[in-house]
Structures are given as structure tokens and as C-alpha cells.
Design a protein around this ligand. Sequence first.
Ligand code: BG6
Length: 489
Amino acid sequence: MDIIQNRTCDIIIFGGLGDLALRKLIPALYYLHQDGHLCKNTRVIPVSRDMITTAEYNEIILEKFAPGFEDKSYNRDTFNAFMKRVEYVGIDLTKESDYEALAKVLKGHEEKERINYLSTAPSLFGTICANIDKFNLILPSSRVVLEKPIGNDLKSSQVINNEVAEHFKESAIFRIDHYLGKDTVQNILALRFSNMLFAPIWNAQYIDHIQITIAESVGLEGRWAYYNNYGAMRDMVQNHLLQLLCLVAMEPPSTLDGDSVRDEKLKVIKSLRSIEGDDLKLKTVRGQYSSGVSGTQAVPGYCEEDGGQSNSNTETFVAIRVDIDNWRWNGVPMYLRTGKRMVERYSEIVIDFKDVPHSIFPKGGICIDSNKLVIRLQPDESISLFIMNKVPGLNEGMRLQQVELDLNVAEGAPRSPSAYEHLLLDVIRNNSTLFMRRDEVEAAWVWADKILDGWQSMGITTKAYKAGTAGPASSIALIERDGRSWYEK
Ligand code: BG6
């Protein structure tokens, strides 16, 4: 176990009864405990408005964990030991005097490193930071973790970032994009920068185009109020999709440390060609799902979801052709696509290589498909290389077929840790490589705002697509207009 690198911490989760804390953070901390990554005296301190006791909080998490004891995802004894680390504090986060209760719990633990995880509405980030500062709860070793969304445009993100910066220096601010915590996402770095094989061909000379898809089968899962103010562009493209694009497109960083990697990602974001005017109609598609079928179940349309309003024009699907204006990617389109209520849940990056310049094989019936490198992030993790091969046997002439070389990344691996386990452990270790720096977030907003403003000013509305399908027909047209098609396995 690598306990030596880890530090004894007080991990304070603001919003400790929220959906994210209960569904992702607490289970991630449980697994870190189970796998021996939490030091002996590390505590977990959920903070929330409900005035309940630690025992009552533990009852709530027990209820969530209980089904997992049956199917052996969790171990009951380990869970009991984990609960001993938990110390719940009930406070109204907007009420300054309430922070006294938190101060009491933290008193006498000043030798530990303090992690403040803000899993609340971003409008509270400034208030929480100011209040913990007033009570002198920020130590030199303190860090703050910010959940996305950080604002809903450049201006609002600057306000939030300024508020937090009054109390924490940039190196102590960890902005989470949970996609960067996924194992296969990090594998992009390994694939690109530890294999000489791909390095010489990772450019416009050999790559025809790149596709990145994050498809979800779920709808809003009760998040209408949040989602309707954001939509897929702000919820997924400005962060998750751009981050994936950065890892695929960036220049090799000189080291793996936080700033080297983030400097290179920033250069990619700054090289994105802005999409304005008539290009918005040609290079972007907004969609919104109508009622349909998900799996075998009939599901309502976006506007009929719980809390929905019939006149909403918020997009639940986006497809965009992105161009990166630099030497490496000159003329190589990047197609990004994401949507809710699509056919199935999968996230995938497809690197589509150029055709061979001249075919020596007899014409007629032989089609040489381009080589593809397909990196699947979820639900299963895999990397496949599609190459052309001779059909075995005594066939007339030379018959070819495309075959898949399966790199089987996950085979034989131990339990795959969740993105939050990975990222929380990085915060504990004070490693910021996989977190977003302020300039990155803001540069991403500059690019996204142009599109969002353009949609608004040009009256570009959403196109309907049936729930359970691959999105609006215009997204197929978007890529076919360039003589290409979406990769579907
Ligand atoms: C979140 C978005 O950041 O990512 C959600 O707010 C989305 O709308 C989720 O469902 C997708 O994450 P994952 O890891 O399930 O692909």
C-alpha cells in the first residue's frame, strides 16, 4: 500500500447529504479506506443543513450501502470500520455563526491536512470559503475542491473564481472534471506518450479526423431545475468533451506534473477556431429528446420530465465540428457529440486514419477501410486498433477484411477504481495534474460562450429527436456533409 505518500487529512464535504456526496463521494472514500489509502486518523466530515447526528448520517449511508453487502460490492465489517471515520456536522452554510460547530469539530486537529470539498451549488462557493476563513479554519496545507459547473458563462465563472481566490491560492484549488479521473482517459496519456509507435503518425499527415462521443441513455434523473439552465453545451461540452479533446490533441508535455500538462491543454483550447455566424448552422447541431423508448420502457420527452415546462428550448444533445488552428491539426476536423436519452450509454474516442495513397489490390469488391484506433471509456474499457488483413485461405486474387486488434486494457486488472476514487486520492496526495486550472476553465468558456451567444442571437433552436435514438438527423448531416460518417460499432 502507498500509505506513505498519502497524508492524514480531515476531508470536509460541504453538501454532505447531497446526491453527489451520497452516490459518488462517500462510496469512493469507502473504497479508498478499504484499499488502505486513507491514513489511520483521516476523518470524513460531511456538512449539511439537516440537524442530524453522526449516527443518523451513518444510518442514511448504511441504507445506500446495504444492497451492496448482498452482492459483495461492499463488505459489512469494512463498512463499520469506515463509519468510525465519519463525523457529521449540521450547519446552515449561509449562516456565519453556524460555522462555530464546524470549528469545534476541527479544533485540535490542526496537524492534519484539510480538504474542503465543495459539493454544493456554485453560488455557495464564495460564502463557504469566506466563512471558513473567518473562523480561521483555513490552514497553510488546506485545499479546496470545486465541483463543476463553475459558472454558466465566462463572467459568472470569473465571479466564482475570484471569490474562491480571495481565500485560497491557485495551487490549493482543485477543480474537478470527473472524466479526467476515469482510468481509460488517463490511458490516453500512456498510449500517446509511452509508445513510440503512435507518436510519428499522431498528426494531420496521417489522421483524417477524430470523433469523440459521450452518449447517455438516461434522461434528467430528477435534475430538471439544474439542467434546464445549463443544457448539454454547458453540462458536457464545455468541460468533459473539451478535456478529452485536449488529451487527444495536446503536444507532449515535458513532464507529468500539473502545470506541464495543463499548459499543453490550455494551448489546445486557445487554438480552437471559434464558431460564429453561418458556421453555427453548418458546424453545430442542438437537439432535444421527445418521448420515445429507452431499452424496453416508454419514456417522456424532455419537456414532460418532472418539473418540465413545455416551452423549454434547452438542448439535451449537441454535435459540433471543431477545428484546431495549429500545425499538428491543420485540416483535421474533430467531431464532438453528446446527448441524453440516446440508444445506449457509451463514451468513445475514434482516431480515423487516412486512406492509403494508392491501392495495389485488384479493384472490384475490395474496399480498403481506413485504420481506426477506438478508445472506449465506458461502459467497458477497451482500446482497439482496426487494420486490414488478408482473408485466410485459398481465395481468388487477394481478398481483404478489416480485423480488430483488441488491446484488452482491463483484462486481469483488479477492480477498476471509480473516477472519484482516483481524483480524491490525488487531492489527498496534493497532485493537481488531473484538475483544471483557472485559465483552462476560462478559456473553455470563451470558446463555448461564442457558440451559446450565437445560438441565442441567431435564434438557432433545438431539433427534436426521439428518446432512444442516435440524436437528430441533422447530426448525421453535419458529418456527412464532409464526406464522413459517425462510427457506430
Ligand atoms: C455530469 C453531468 O458531469 O456527467 C451529467 O452533469 C452527466 O449530466 C454525467 O450525466 C455523466 O457522467 P458519467 O461518468 O456517468 O459518464
